[in-house]
Design a protein around this ligand. Structure first.
Ligand SMILES: Cc1ncc(C[n+]2csc(CCOP(=O)(O)OP(=O)(O)O)c2C)c(N)n1
Ligand SMILES: [Mg+2]
Length: 790
């Protein structure tokens, strides 16, 4: 009796899992059908108004139908988070549709305005998407940093430590592993001992252009193992394994193992006849193989030879369920690109679309009656109520919303302005954070700083000394213990609030993406501040864009910047970055000149990154100490600083000249202004704190018919007055100001590479010094009054 019970249970369990397998296999079919049809509908049935191919990736989608069905309909728990390879969006949408989280209208409008997105998007597809994807490699890296953020929150007790952690899962294409950012992330992840991370590689041996190198994957598993990952290879499905177990079966295994990727792919495409010809040629001497060939007609032989584990639901479930610990795991799942579709294995199938005739055959084989193409269960030989009941019980279907709502962290009404007669904005930033670090405000407790090996040189030292470096385990500062004098105290502990990264700006931005989504993803808001050298924003630009595209919120402090960095020379001097601030959606760029402006802006930034429809904030700072104005910033001035500009020296009514400057050029602008005032009394001096905000608001005002901030400011000048714009960046940063109120603009700035020198030399050579501004003013005034250069 005692024995019978467990035996009975295990039989019950076996029956249950057989049922589950049947249900999941049926649903996988449906997912493949829906994804293929979704793309077909978009390309062939929806009327085209512009003659463009709509596109969509039927082959890439088919490749992951089994893996994704297993994940979404069985393996995943609500706390798990997934980055889906971008071109598998149709499979993702189909699964969400089956789970009741996606509407048929959106599927019908796949790739149309307002429809299901071409690539999964957090902001446009809504609550169903965990991580946006599109630029290959980035979603994969993102999961690693998300797992680091999850650990940070758990160790800071900002998330319940007793609830099971979510697994951060990437479903990656094999060619995604050509992207360097993945390896940068791997190395960083190893240093931080990341956990709960699954990368499932859809190893279909094809990229966009070609079949991938045979030798590559021999390296990949060793590489993951080197970083401490578990590698699980899902190679052969159950049919093939059964064939290998037959007499002479080992020769079949060897043959497939040795088969070059391109031959395997070509034979997949050719089908049973092709397989038979090659196997006969190579293995006919083995009676067991002859028996296998004789026992399979062409269709059955093709089914057997393509029975890779990534398309075998049972194998996939076994492999995924077998991992129960938190060790990072890479699953290499052998698949076929276009599996189940007529162009399976064809090297040109990436953008391939089934034609209407092929679709008709496919529809017939799927037993989907005409007119029922969108029906959830049409063509499946399992009763709808059984499928419905199964789906209703899937953990992801039962879970509520995937995005957490978190209350904003209160921000004080002002941040104390660092005192000092001469300060650089970089120093002011360090002191502002240093002061925040001493208090025990809620704000300070949620700030997390991070930097790719430029923590000290971007002035985060005071903050880090007080708040410590985040690490899973306590680690003393050896230099301190050994009484070696240093200004830095690098104590590492789980409660540390600075995440130190190696030099890889891509990692910085992926980490900021994850930190900046801590609220919606994990239910605990963080206020991330990343520091970087301004020129190296470009190094991580795609990841920066990626972070912003999915509405991650953070503060980026980029310093030093421009040729003002003087002796460091051209390799470190940034030029185009303010234009990135101006043109990049999702972030607002500022380039303040004075410490009091920065204090006011940083306070605002803490609010802005928490506002429902806010943005991230980018500060371009400088190491140049400059004289600070003696003033109190009242509400009006604060508002103007945040809006992007204010008159540092008011123009007289009808002034014929103004100088508009940004950031560290304030002393030159002031010097020139004072020199000019003797000849042009009543000239104005415009401090531009944010070309980005000013420009955006100007465009919005033009569209709505309102008067913009910039126009209100410039209207103080005489119509057609001259403006000299000066920025330590590309002149286009401010030259557009001439269009606001039809002024004559003479833009100064940097449009060639920098070089070493001191500030006087460089400002002279790049025509940004007082003389150059005065000279430009004279020419601009002439042009404004005579319409010529004289
Ligand atoms: C950064 C970037 N470069 C190029 C592309 C264009 N692209 C989209 S998919 C793809 C090939 C992907 O191959 P793989 O990852 O193996 O996916 P599969 O389609 O085989 O599943 C390329 C080059 C992209 N999306 N992102
Ligand atoms: Mg591939």
């Amino acid at each position: 009796m005692l024995r019978a019970l467990p035996g009975g249970r295990s039989r019950e369990r076996e029956a249950e899992s057989a049922d589950k397998l049947t249900l999941l296999t049926a649903l996988e079919r449906k997912v493949l059908w829906l994804s293929t049809w979704m793309i077909h509908n978009a390309n062939h049935l929806r009327p085209s108004r512009d003659g463009l191919k709509v596109g969509g990736h039927q082959a890439s989608s088919a490749s992951v139908a089994t893996l994704m069905t297993a994940l979404y309909l069985d393996v995943m728990r609500p706390q798990d988070r997934v980055a889906v390879k971008p071109h598998a969006a149709p499979i993702f949408h189909a699964l969400q549709y089956l789970l009741g989280h996606q509407s048929v209208e959106k599927l019908e409008r796949f790739r149309a305005f307002g429809g299901a997105q071409s690539y999964p998007s957090r902001t446009k597809d809504g609550d169903i998407v965990d991580f946006s994807t599109g630029s290959v490699g980035l979603g994969v890296g993102m999961t690693l940093f998300a797992s680091l953020v999850q650990d940070y929150l758990r160790l800071h007790r900002l998330m319940p430590a007793d609830a099971s952690p979510g697994r951060m899962i990437a479903l990656a294409g094999d060619a995604e592993l050509d992207e360097g950012n993945i390896f940068e992330a791997l190395l960083e992840g190893w240093k931080h001992d990341v956990r709960n991370l699954w990368w499932i590689i859809d190893y279909n041996r094809q990229s966009l252009d070609a079949v991938v190198s045979d030798r590559l994957f021999g390296r990949i598993d060793a590489l993951f193992e080197m970083f401490g990952w578990r590698v699980v290879t899902l190679k052969y499905g159950r049919l093939l394994q059964a064939a290998f177990a037959r007499p002479d079966g080992e020769h079949l295994r060897e043959w497939i193992d040795d088969c070059p990727n391109s031959l395997y792919s070509a034979l997949v495409y050719k089908g049973g006849e092709g397989w038979r010809e090659h196997l006969r040629r190579d293995l006919n001497r083995y009676p067991g193989i002859r028996a296998i060939l004789d026992g399979h007609d062409d269709d059955a032989l093709a089914r057997l030879m393509t029975n890779l584990a990534g398309h075998d639901m049972g194998s996939v479930l076994d492999a995924l369920h077998a991992v129960t610990d938190d060790r990072p795991t890479c699953f290499i799942a052998y698949t076929i690109k276009g599996y189940g579709l007529p162009f399976a294995g064809h090297k040109d199938n990436h953008a391939g679309l089934m034609n209407p005739a092929q679709m008709e055959i496919f529809q017939h084989s799927m037993a989907v009656p005409a007119g029922q193409e969108w029906a959830r269960f049409a063509g499946l030989d399992i009763p709808a109520d059984a499928l419905e009941a199964f789906l209703a019980d899937v953990p992801l279907a039962r879970a509520g919303t995937r995005n957490h709502q978190t209350p904003p962290i209160p921000v004080p009404t002002e941040l104390p302005v660092p005192n000092g007669r001469r300060l650089s904005t970089q120093e002011a930033f360090g002191r502002l954070l240093g002061t925040l670090a001493t208090g025990d405000s809620a704000l300070a407790s949620r700030i997390v700083t991070t930097s790719p090996d430029v923590t000290v040189s971007t002035n985060l030292g005071a903050w880090v000394n007080r708040r410590g470096i985040f690490d899973r385990t306590e680690r003393a500062d050896t230099f301190r213990e050994e009484k070696v004098v240093s200004a830095q105290r690098w104590v590492m502990a789980p409660k540390g609030q600075h995440i130190e990264l190696g030099i890889a700006e891509h990692n910085l931005f992926l980490e900021l993406a994850a930190l900046g989504l801590a609220g919606p993803l994990f239910g605990a808001r963080l206020l991330p501040i990343g520091t970087i050298y301004d020129p190296f924003i470009k190094r991580g630009l795609d990841a920066f864009n990626y972070a912003l595209y999915q509405d991650a919120r953070f503060i980026l402090v980029a310093t030093p910047s421009g040729i003002t960095l003087a002796p460091e020379g051209g390799a470190h001097q940034s030029i185009a970055e303010p234009l990135i601030g101006l043109a990049q959606p999702g972030v607002v760029g500022f380039e303040p000149a004075y410490a009091d402006e920065l204090a006011c802006l940083l306070r605002w930034a803490f609010e802005e990154i928490q506002r429902e429809d806010g943005q991230s904030v980018y500060f371009r700072l400088s190491t140049r100490p400059i004289d600070q104005p003696e003033r109190e910033i009242g509400a009006d001035l604060a508002e103007a600083i945040i809006a992007g500009a204010y008159w540092l020296r008011e123009p007289a009514p009808d002034a014929e000249l103004a100088i508009a400057y940004c950031g560290a050029l304030a002393p030159e602008a002031l010097g020139a202004y004072e020199a000019i005032c003797e000849d042009v009394p009543g000239a104005g001096l415009l401090a531009v704190t944010s070309p980005d905000r000013l420009h955006r608001e100007w465009r919005e005002a033009l569209a709505s018919g309102a008067t913009s901030v910039a126009e209100r400011l410039l209207r103080r000048l005489r119509p057609g007055a001259a403006i000299i714009t000066a920025a330590d960046s590309h002149p286009a940063t401010l030259s557009w100001l001439g269009s606001v109120a039809r002024n004559v603009v003479l833009p100064l700035g940097v449009d060639g590479f920098g070089q070493s020198g001191d500030i006087p030399d460089l400002y002279r050579v790049y025509r940004l010094d007082v003389d150059a501004i005065v000279d430009a003013a004279a020419r601009a005034c002439l042009r404004a009054t005579t319409g010529t250069d004289g």
